[in-house]
Design a protein. Structure first.
Length: 538
């Protein structure tokens, strides 16, 4: 720190120390409040700044009431009170002490008018008044308030608070608040130049608004720097917007992966186009709803564990439904793809109507556990916890399936049936049961997908219909029966969708994706990662 800045900081500390007793002993904000009775909006702004300058903590509640439109003056003596309706009268409260001042007829008081400009001034004043609070959260909130509503009147108070601040995060926020207030003050060009750099480092769209607001009153030399700072921030925002789209695409891709991974197994091993696959996802979501309802009714303390409980329940329920469907319907239709498609479509309609009859046609509420609620900032991005956990969950299911297929006897038999059914049968593998349990496994995974999707989508009888077409596109694009192809296909289509949507819209974006997949399949009929199966046997 240079000697000039050190001396300036020292003087601020001394003045703050000297001013504090004066505020406590002599400065009385009550006459200033009473002047609000006859003040127009411009005069009210001046009075608010003077009231805040007293540093009296009692004015905080009065200013908050003013912002809410609850400040009135009594016509007889122009005394200002906080007033609340009490029948035909109003209950009066002293604006500073909070003590009751009795009731008065509504005709005896007049409301002090407030507009949006005054509210901004009040927010800024309140921010300055709480910058020296012993509570860290209050100081951080106060710095945010000054940052959103910069005012040169708060500059000295911000600098005094900044000199005393020891918390790193709060200090950074106060430095940013000081910079935005300094930019609208009459300080030197050098200080304003440093403030522009601070605001540029702060970044974000708010920073652009602050710099543009200061552009008109800035010196010509500063206007060039403001333009450069705005251009730099806009470049950073463009990069972060791109990163946000990639994140949204990965998030959508993880959802598509969960919905399609079970279909990739059944379609790859059995060659069955299962139109009821979306309903397995829907059954998994309703299993989550039932589990949460039972927990709410019987053990509300276990709610944060509801998804962990719902996962095996959904897997067993949908796996059992899939096993019954394969044994009862599909096994009689092998080799007849059109009839299989129509039969599974009919089953999907039956399942939808059964759910409507049991649970009703309206959406059902599935809650988020505390560890899946909220969001956090990552640079210029916003990351929601539920989407992050779904990405982690989908990748966990993916790698668990890889281990099952590569390391277990069932996986070995499944791959043998996929590659050469006749040879596998001649080696003693019971291919009908491999088909049945493979279909049950794919259905069970779809049920697990429903547990995850219940956290980000409406749980309704039509839930599965939103994902069935996208799931088929992922499987065909990635390569039928290839899990790595399903992963790459899901993430690629998710990211592509999110980059197309802002420019062409969601519906047209999906149409373009479908057209691109059709063109791709014309060149590579077996998808990105071809896997030899019985459909391509010699």
């Amino acid at each position: 720190m240079n000697p000039k800045k050190l001396l300036q900081t020292f003087l601020i500390l001394i003045l703050s120390a000297l001013a504090a007793p004066a505020f406590a002993q002599g400065a009385d904000p009550k006459p200033l409040f009473n002047q609000l009775a006859d003040a127009n909006f411009n005069r009210a702004e001046e009075l608010i700044s003077q009231i805040a300058a007293t540093g009296d903590p009692r004015v905080v509640s009065a200013l908050e009431a003013f912002a809410e439109g609850d400040l009135y003056f009594r016509k007889s003596d122009k005394a200002v009170f906080i007033a609340k309706a009490a029948g035909s009268n109003v209950a009066l409260t002293d604006a500073l002490t909070g003590e009751s001042a009795g009731d008065a007829p509504k005709a005896a008081v007049t409301k002090i008018r407030v507009n949006n400009n005054l509210r901004r001034v009040i927010r800024s004043a309140l921010g300055g008044l709480t910058l020296l609070s012993p509570d860290r959260a209050v100081r951080l909130s106060a710095a945010d308030a000054v940052l959103r509503s910069p005012s040169p009147e708060n500059l000295e108070l911000v600098e005094a608070a900044l000199a005393k601040e020891t918390d790193a995060e709060v200090k950074t926020r106060m430095e940013e608040a000081r910079a935005v207030s300094l930019l609208s003050s009459d300080r030197s060009v050098e200080e304003k130049r440093a403030a522009i750099e601070t605001i540029r480092n702060y970044g974000g769209r708010d920073a652009i608004g602050i710099l543009r607001a200061a552009y008109g009153s800035a010196d010509a030399s500063l206007q060039t720097e403001i333009d450069a700072a705005v251009a730099s921030i806009e470049g950073d925002l463009a990069l972060w917007d791109m990163a946000q789209n990639v994140w949204y695409g990965l998030s959508l891709g993880s959802v598509l992966l969960l919905a399609a991974i079970g279909l990739a197994i059944t379609f790859g091993v059995m060659g069955i186009i299962n139109m009821a696959h979306g309903e397995m996802v829907m059954l998994g979501a309703y299993s989550t709803f039932v589990v949460q309802e039972l927990i709410r009714a019987n053990a509300p303390g276990l709610f944060d564990w509801s998804l962990a409980i719902a996962l095996p329940v959904a897997f067993i329920v949908t796996g059992a439904v899939g096993l019954v469907l394969e044994r009862g319907v599909i096994r009689f239709l092998y080799g007849r793809p059109l009839e299989t498609l129509l039969a599974t479509w009919g089953v999907s309609l039956i399942l939808q109507q059964a759910i409507r009859s049991i649970f009703g046609p309206t959406n059902r509420e599935v809650g988020n556990p505390s560890w899946m609620s909220g969001s956090f900032g990552l640079g210029g991005m916003t990351v929601t916890w539920n989407r992050l956990w779904i990405i982690v969950f989908s990748l966990t299911i993916f790698f668990a399936l890889l281990v099952l297929l590569k390391r277990s006897a069932f996986g070995l038999q499944m791959r043998a049936v996929t590659q050469n059914r006749r040879m596998a049968s001649s080696m003693g593998i019971r291919t009908p049961w491999i088909d049945a349990f493979t279909f049950a496994l794919g259905s069970g995974i779809a049920g697990i997908a429903g547990v995850a999707l219940s956290q980000i989508d409406n749980v309704s009888p039509n839930l599965g219909q939103s994902y069935i077409i996208d799931s088929f596109m992922v499987v065909v694009f990635g390569g039928v029966g290839n899990l790595w192809g399903t992963l790459v296909g899901a993430m690629s289509l998710g990211i592509l969708n999110k980059f197309l949507e802002p420019s062409v819209g969601a519906v047209l974006g999906k149409i373009l994706v479908l057209v691109l997949i059709i063109l791709f399949i014309q060149k590579r009929p077996r998808g990105l990662f071809a896997l030899k199966g019985r459909a391509v046997e010699a």
